[in-house]
Design a protein around this ligand. Structure first.
Ligand code: NAP
Length: 322
């Protein structure tokens, strides 16, 4: 599978480096708003083709999958154009600015029969299956509480602070703990309570979200872009609990029994960077002729986007595209 990257920024570099080592998947092109930037990115990551516009990359007949790595505010336009041109897309999280854009993109993918997926890497990582298997084997009994946290002090980045770039914690970092809860338990949400601190520019910079899920399960999510966090997650059951060392990129999973007795420690298999799994999932799904990956179905991308819309509405966080 040949990948073309749109947006030669921070995460694009990590992906380009990962794909250098990923078997069966090659990054063959990068598209930037500037030819100079595209050239230097292509040179750094040994990518054969460099385009000075996103449109030019979308015209490349050899690109099978377009990886969209622009700020959230700028996911919609290139994704729609790519789908129009019949190109499959893997779009960085948060998928779009809001549910309206998300729905339009997913409808377009369906209409054209073209693959599109959200690049939320934890969905595709092996840790997810390890955790879900432990739960389904009954290792901790019935789940009663889920707690997930993720905080990074990244207020120096314009795409985090500016409303016109869809800044804020929720779409960038808060999405991970929210998604963690949904991966562990997708029971219907009965009640949502939240608290949020807004920046002077009006974006959410610190938040606590509490979800009551059907079946008597309480989920607590904490996230912030203005402090450093411990970034762990836990799943607490009637017979024990599971702890995860990093909500965003699990490496070590521990199972405890009654009274806090450590029963098992599971190291997550070594990976290139952890980003390779989302590309492998796209390849597999596209080879099967699917338009969505089973790991992150379109319905789930839309569900999370709608949930984030309703939280932003409650907090008074508005983007120009709302
Ligand atoms: N999966 C992960 O672990 C992870 C980690 C970090 C970020 N992300 C996601 O990746 C996406 C990009 O984040 P990033 O940290 O890579 O951002 P970044 O370093 O700021 O790069 C974004 C790129 O988007 C392009 N762009 C297009 N319009 C822009 C505009 N108006 N302002 C700024 N840049 C614009 C630029 O590329 P050109 O100048 O080349 O056109 C820029 O280099 C976001 O959706 C973010 O949530 C994911």
């Amino acid at each position: 599978m040949n990948v073309g990257i749109i947006g030669a920024g921070h995460i694009a570099g990590k992906i380009a480096r990962t794909l250098e080592w990923t078997e069966g998947i090659d990054c063959i092109a990068v598209g930037s708003r500037s030819q100079e930037k595209a050239d230097s990115f292509a040179k750094e990551f040994r990518i054969p083709r460099a385009y000075g516009s996103y449109d030019a990359l979308l015209e490349d007949p050899d690109v099978d999958l377009v990886y969209i790595a622009t700020p959230h505010s700028h996911h919609f336009e290139p994704t729609m154009e790519a789908l129009e041109k019949g190109k499959a897309c893997l779009v960085e999280k948060a998928f779009m600015a809001n549910a309206r854009e998300t729905k339009a993109v997913l409808d377009k993918a369906k209409e054209k029969g073209i693959f599109v997926a959200e690049a939320i890497w934890t969905r595709y990582q092996p840790a997810r299956n390890i955790i879900n298997r432990l739960i389904s084997y009954g290792r901790i009994g019935q789940i009663r509480q889920i707690c997930a946290t993720l905080s990074h002090g990244v207020m120096h980045l314009p795409r985090i602070t500016r409303p016109e770039l869809c800044g804020g914690t929720l779409l960038d970092i808060g999405l991970y703990p929210l998604n963690f809860v949904r991966m562990v338990c997708d029971n219907p949400i009965e009640k949502i309570e939240s608290q949020c601190v807004l920046s002077d520019e009006g974006v959410d910079i610190s938040e606590t979200i509490s979800l009551t899920l059907e079946g008597g399960i309480l989920a607590t999510i904490r996230s912030s872009v203005c402090c450093e966090g411990f970034n762990t997650a836990s799943i607490e059951g009637t017979e024990g609990c599971i702890t995860i060392d990093n909500t965003n990129n699990p490496k070590l999973i521990r199972v405890y029994g009654k009274g806090g007795r450590l029963i098992e420690e599971i190291a997550v298999p070594e990976s290139i960077s952890g980003y390779e799994y989302e590309f492998q999932a796209c390849k597999e799904a596209m080879e099967k002729g699917l338009i969505e990956p089973p790991q992150m179905p379109h319905s789930e991308t839309l569900f999370l986007m709608e949930l984030m819309d309703s939280l932003r509405k409650e907090w008074g966080v508005h983007y120009p595209m709302d």
